[in-house]
Ligand binder design. Sequence first.
Ligand code: SF4
Length: 312
Amino acid sequence: MNFEKPILVLSACLDLQPVRYNGQLVKDEFVLKLRDFCQVITVCPEVSIGLGVPREKIIVYVEDGIYKVSQPATGRDLTNELNDFAEKFIENLKEVDGFLLKSKSPSCGVSNTLVYKDSQGLFFHSKGKGLFAMKVLKTFPLVPVEDEGRLKNPSIKDHFLTRLFSLAHWRVFSKQVNSIKDLYEFHRRYKYLLMVHSQQMLRKMGKLLANYSKEQDLQKIVNEYGEMFKLALCKKPTVGSHINVMMHIFGHFSDFINQSEKRHFLNVLQKLREGKIPITVPREILRSWAYRFDDKYVLSQVYLNPYPQELE
Ligand code: SF4
């Protein structure tokens, strides 16, 4: 299966660049693997605003409800520099399918960044996000934004990768749509994937296509469909919705497999429900049945192959 290469913004320190405050390298095996499947744009907000390596630590603190950044050892307030850099960087990004940032960082952290009550970092306030990550999340609500720490959770990782590769597919596909038929074909291939994220959006998107008439501007429909597509994928699927969709797909094969195979599959779904195995296990079983019975419809469904299997 061919996948479009997503345009991924990556924290430079996750790209083995020696930009951390202490000059140490971060080696995350999964990120290094993912890099090979993406068009990577690296960024280090702290080095970009002129902080050297090594440098004194900076921290996030809240003052009157506003998140700020300071460097306690020098007493510098770096809030404006970091915010200005983030705005310019984002402005210059022409297209992007996702962000993978460094956890816990006062600039890049999407989770677990220590936030203080004071600019000296003496009094703990809460765990939150870095300043750069906050700007990214606010500007790109429909684009996946995660940090490498959160990706240790298999369901967050699956959701992130699914969105990343689906958005890349849409970015390339949406420029080549010549007729409503093309959109129908795209919609057909994403049926089960959309169903797992939001049945309501799946219906809405189907209606949008069904109501199209030749007098309408096709590009307008493409844009509308694209927004709905990205919005639908934002919603993290529940285990229950995965099981529901898998039972639908199972229905394609249930007349052809024996009782033991059926029992085994239902047991696997039960283990998924109990959180004992990841989604990739029953997906692999369905995939192998699709090959075995040469079910072209199921094989064409993105749900069974949402991203390169090397990343599972
Ligand atoms: S976390 Fe962000 S700001 Fe810190 S070193 Fe890495 S890329 Fe630079």
